[in-house]
Every structure is written in C-alpha cells, then in structure tokens.
Write a protein that binds this ligand. Structure first.
Ligand code: NAD
Length: 433
C-alpha cells in the first residue's frame, strides 16, 4: 500500500515507521523543515525507545521517505493519514482543530485518484463530517472517503503498542475504504489484534471515552491514596487488593502526582466540552479533571510540609521532569505545576531528567539543570522523585543521603519502601502509604 502520513510527531512518525516495517511504502510529511532535515539525516526529533533503529532501517530499505512537500507526498497515495496535533484551544478547552482542517485543505488540492483519508489525530465527534466538508469545498472533483482511525499508542512503549495493539478501531461505513484499511492493518492479524469496525462518530468517541476512563481510574486511586494517608492504610495494598479483581484490573492504579502528558489533560477537557455542547454533561469526567488539576499543587504542598513548612530559600532537587519515563515529552507534565508552585513558595530548583531536559528548558526557566541524579541532589534541602525513570529505581540511597544538605526524600511515585528509607536515616514521604 502507498501510505502518506501528515505530521511526523510522536504518533505520525511511529505509525509511519511501523507501517513501513510492515512492508508498506510510506511518505512522512511535516511542515517543520528542521524535523524533516533531521529525519533525512537519521536524527530523531523525539526520544522514543527503538525508534531510531526502526526509522533508519526502513529509510535505508527505501520504504520510508520524508518531505515537507505535502502535494508531492499525497499525489500517489492510496491512503493519507492525518496525524497532526489537536491541542487544547486557548481560552475554552475545546480541541483546536485548525491543524487538522489546514492539512485537509492541502490534501484535497493534492489528491489525484481515489484516496482514503484517515484521521489518526484525536478529534471530537463529528470532526470526520467537517473534514469531509472541507475536502469537498477545497476540491469538489476529488474522490475520497474519510475514515476515523484513532491511535491508542503510549509514548515510551509506542512501537510495541503500535505493532501489538489491544485493538485497532476503524470508523467507516464505506466498503471500499474498509477494504483499504483491512489491507493496511493485515500484518497485525498474525498477532490476532482485533480490527474493530464502527461508524465514524462512534470511532471518534471511543478514543475520548478510553482516555477519560483511564484518567478516571488514575484519579480514583489518587483520591483513595489521600484517604489512606488520613486513615493509616497503604494504597499499594489497596490497589493490589482491588486490582486482582478481574472486573477492575491492576493497571492504572498507581497513586502519584496526578496524570499529565500530551493526551489525558487535553482529551478529558475536550470530551467535557463536547458533552456540554450536546447537552449531556459528563459530570464524572468534569470532576476528574478538576480533582487532577488541584492535585498537582497539592503535591507541592506535600513537599513544603516535608520541609518543615517552608521551602523559602531552600534548594529542592527534582528527579524526573517528563510526565512519564521513556519519553522526552514535557507537554502538561505534572512536574511543571509542582516546580512552579515550589518556585512561587520561594524554593530554588535543581532538576535532572534522563531525556527531557531540552524540552523542559522551553517551559521551566530559572531552573538549574544537573547532569546526573547525584549532581542534582548535591547540597539540596530535599529531593522530590517526580518521574519513575529506571535510572531512579536503584539509586545508592546512602550516597544520596550524604550528598544532600538534609536527607529528605519526597517520593511521588512510591518507588522506594518507607521501612528501608527509615533504616537509612532518610526522612521519607510518599503517596498514600
Ligand atoms: P506532535 O505535535 O508530536 O506532532 C504533530 C506534527 O504535525 C508536528 O511535527 C507538526 O509540525 C506537524 N504538522 C502540523 N500541521 C501540519 C501540516 N499542515 N502539514 C504537515 N505537518 C503538520 O503531536 P502528537 O503527539 O504526534 O499527536 C498527534 C495527534 O495524535 C494528536 O491529536 C494527539 O492527541 C493524538 N495522539 C497522541 C498520542 C501521544 O502519545 N502523543 C497518542 C495517541 C493519540
């Protein structure tokens, strides 16, 4: 199949490289020339484990090419995937669809034969209808079908998620488009990944419903963690105790500083706005978003409390800045709110992250960036473990304690054991234990 991917970001680049690895002929288009230049030179614009090998291998084999020229990229494609960003619109929280519609217009003008246009970006219900309208308006003669194919990959495990998905959702009622989508995803049948065909609007909603459900699960266990602290229970045992129930499941039950990242915050907000517009508010999700928002600054208060009630003039070391391990993505990371709240309270911040520092520098100024975990904590009055990178799971705690001015550790990911920390003389605070 000849596939064109519009947008070579976390989703477009991974999807494009995986499709090429399946044997399809893939062109990745991005309107950021520096991204395309780097990709052509074999340099990854993002950090994602395994991506560099996948991209360079398929580029060398001639199945994966990169261009800024959308018209040339689209001209011969049998399927064009739109994988551009859909961030929160400033001011009202609706999904900003301007990138999607701009891409659709350009695609329409460049289409030649029958083309399946696939929205892979996360878009609100009804966007497929709008994309169809935009395409018709821009090129009334073009022959195309518009399909919804939301993406569920997780950053940090994106390639595995793409190649071994729990399911692939395809929203279309067009028989020819269905056949094209089946052919594109045929290599997955060997892994028995189910291809779920639905109506287009249903597919669009499945993506938001999935993310809202997962955000709810995280927020639920976070509130239970607070209750555990109040009553003297252990949230990890509670999570295990409920997670072993098959109806509940053990995933997404890790208490922490609140969800963040490039998807959950904006997608919950967009779902809330869509539901309000249709007069059927999703009040559970509204509460989840509000609780999660408040939680981030509450985590900063936890740090202040661990520092005897004040961080003014104190140096706080932050281990981990990205919203989760194995990515360099800083979008909506809880670390941003925690660092800013600590700075507001008068703290000096030193921070280290294995991959996220370049991105972090764009959002967090007035931070002293360290080169390794021990350099980060040297002389600090307290250390906050913000992201559970593997590099922070086996720290030499004695060395850490000695390097700090005061051996205070606030572990917002429950990586360490309270009894072990007490034995090593660390004043230790975690979440829900
Ligand atoms: P991203 O910002 O990393 O990538 C988007 C890319 O599109 C950028 O490189 C940008 O330069 C390019 N672009 C924008 N307009 C363009 C145009 N007209 N022509 C060519 N290129 C253009 O975004 P992302 O994280 O890959 O997310 C893309 C979509 O996928 C979003 O809707 C997101 O919600 C969804 N999604 C993301 C993830 C994730 O983990 N990041 C997971 C599932 C779904």
């Amino acid at each position: 199949m000849r596939i064109t991917m519009i947008g070579a970001g976390y989703v477009g680049l991974v999807s494009g490289a995986c499709f090429a690895d399946f044997g399809h002929d893939v062109v990745c288009v991005d309107n950021d020339p520096s991204k395309i230049e780097r990709l052509r030179a074999g340099v990854m614009p993002i950090f994602e484990p395994g991506l560099a090998e996948l991209v360079t291998g398929n580029a060398r084999a001639g199945r994966l090419t990169f261009t800024t020229d959308l018209a040339a990229g689209v001209a011969n494609a049998e399927a064009v995937f739109i994988a551009v960003g859909t961030p929160s619109r400033r001011g009202d929280g609706h999904a900003d669809l301007s990138y999607v519609f701009a891409a659709a217009k350009e695609i329409a003008r460049a289409c030649t034969g029958d083309t399946v246009i696939v929205t892979k970006s996360t878009v609100p219900v009804g966007t497929g209808d709008e994309v169809e309208r935009v395409l018709h308006e821009a090129n009334p003669d073009a022959r195309f079908a518009v399909v919804s194919n939301p993406e569920f990959l997780r950053e940090g495990a994106a390639i595995r998620d793409f190649k071994f998905p729990d399911r692939v959702v395809v929203g279309t009622e067009d028989a020819a488009a269905r056949a094209v989508m089946t052919e594109i995803y045929r290599p997955l049948f060997i892994n028995s990944s189910p291809l779920l065909f639905t109506a287009r609007r249903t597919a669009e909603l499945i993506k938001y419903a999935a993310n809202a459900f997962l955000a709810t699960k995280i927020t639920f266990i976070n509130e239970i963690a607070d209750l555990c602290e109040a009553v003297g229970a252990n949230v990890q045992d509670v999570a295990r105790g409920i997670g072993l129930d098959n109806r509940i499941g053990s995933k997404f039950l890790h208490a922490g500083p609140g969800y963040g990242g490039s998807c959950f915050p904006k997608d919950t907000l967009a779902l809330i706005k869509t539901a309000q517009d249709f007069g059927t508010p999703v009040r559970i999700v509204e509460t989840v978003a509000a609780v999660n928002d408040q939680r981030k600054r509450a985590m900063a208060r936890k740090v202040v409390a661990a520092c005897d009630g004040s961080v003014r003039g104190k140096t706080i070391a932050i281990l981990g800045l990205t919203f989760k391990p194995n990515t360099d993505d800083m979008r909506d990371s809880p670390a941003i709110a925690v660092v800013q709240a600590l700075q507001d309270a008068g703290a000096k911040i030193r921070a280290f992250d294995p991959e996220g520092v370049e991105q972090a520098k764009l959002v967090l100024t007035e931070v002293d960036y360290a080169t390794d975990p021990y350099d980060c904590v040297a002389g600090a009055d307290a250390t906050v473990l913000m992201t559970e990178w593997d590099a922070f799971r086996g720290l030499d705690i004695d060395r850490l304690g000695k390097a700090m001015a005061h051996p205070v550790l606030i572990d917002l990911r429950n990586v360490y054991r309270p009894d072990e920390m007490a034995r090593r003389g660390i004043a230790y605070t975690s979440v829900g234990r």
